[in-house]
Design a protein around this ligand. Structure first.
Ligand SMILES: [Zn+2]
Length: 348
């Protein structure tokens, strides 16, 4: 058989093998075995040396044609196999949109944040601004500017973390009163603010005390503000936090920064006032302290106390949450136990 015929036979054999190939890998093996340096075409061409010289170009041309044809064929087949493989893969990975999805576990705000946001929403709706203060304060703003000078006996009520003799962790949110009062421009309208945040006291840890807890300070200063405004505001707050049927009562009390000062009780949300374990049989629950801002506090911040007056109140979101949800140990709020925290979903 002449070399040309041999080449034709080799090509025919290669075509059949390529046709049967089922993977790109198989195809590559075929390519090497025919077109490679030690492949069948090369081996057939070794016979060229025995052919008459004038015949050689004809064989060379034929060899090139066979190579080209086989190369084209293999590359088309390769493309087809790759396409098929991709289709099979896509088929396999098809997403069934009718299957139920994986549940993504969704976080929620901490119960104390929920209480504070609820209170913030109420006061924002009444035109108050929210002002946050520093947790590290000076003795000056924490005590002196809220009418608690050095050696004032009431300082003993707030066991304080001192950093230096003049710098401390704020014991209440009240320093924000002085800071806001001294910067407020009363020609632009009354001052209405609440200030939520963390405060610190060296109280021993027990079921009702934590060295860190929260307060929300509220203050309104303008002309002609009276105790009636205070009572109306707190009544709204009590109803918002404990239900529409709640009433409040004011009892005389003492705070250095207000005069007169009151403790505010809300009618028991559990028994409605007849007496139960939550209200310790009294029908009332103490929820916050308040009063008319002391003229000294106004004057120390450069506010004319003969022209302006107002009220302030301070409440503990921790205590409100304990009352509202029947939590008997304040430390639960700070332990980050998901089983405890997950129970509190804000109702909107
Ligand atoms: Zn009760």
């Amino acid at each position: 058989m002449g070399i040309e015929e041999q080449l034709t036979t080799v090509l025919a054999k290669a075509v059949i093998e390529a046709d049967k190939a089922e993977s790109v890998k198989e195809l590559e093996t075929i390519r090497v075995s025919y077109l490679g340096k030690k492949g069948e075409i090369t081996s057939v061409l070794k016979g060229v040396k025995d052919v008459a010289p004038e015949q050689r170009p004809v064989i060379g041309k034929k060899a090139n044609e066979v190579r080209d044809e086989l190369t084209t064929l293999l590359s088309h087949k390769k493309e087809r196999l790759e396409k098929e493989a991709l289709e099979r893969q896509l088929e396999k990975e098809t997403i069934d949109v009718t299957l139920p999805g994986k549940q993504v576990s969704k976080g929620q705000t901490h119960v104390l944040t929920q209480i504070m946001e609820e209170i913030e929403d109420l006061f924002l709706g009444m035109g108050y601004q929210i002002i946050e203060g520093n947790e590290v304060e000076s003795d000056h703003y924490n005590f002196e500017r809220v009418n608690l000078p050095q050696n004032h006996p009431a300082r003993d009520m707030q066991d304080t973390f001192y950093i230096t003799p003049d710098v401390l962790l704020r014991t209440h949110t009240s320093p924000i009163q002085a800071r806001t009062l001294e910067s407020h421009d009363f020609s632009k309208g009354p001052l209405k603010m609440i200030s939520p945040g963390k405060v610190y006291r060296r109280d021993t840890d027990d079921a009702t005390h934590s060295h860190q807890f929260h307060q929300i300070e509220g203050m309104v200063i303008a002309e002609n503000i009276t105790m009636a405004d205070l009572k109306g505001t707190l009544e709204l707050l009590a109803k918002k936090m404990f239900g529409e049927d709640r009433e409040i009562r004011l009892r005389p009390s003492y705070f250095p920064f207000t005069e007169p000062s009151v403790e505010v009780d809300v009618s028991c949300f559990k028994c409605g006032g007849t007496g139960c374990n939550v209200c310790k049989g009294t029908g009332w629950i103490e929820i916050l302290g308040a009063g008319m801002t002391h003229p000294n506090v106004l004057e120390m911040s450069g506010v004319d106390s003969t022209k302006y007056s107002g009220f302030a109140f301070g409440l503990g979101p921790d205590r409100i949450a304990m009352l509202k949800y029947g939590v008997d140990d304040i430390r639960n709020f700070y332990l980050n136990d998901q089983r405890f925290l997950k129970q509190f979903k804000r109702k909107g």
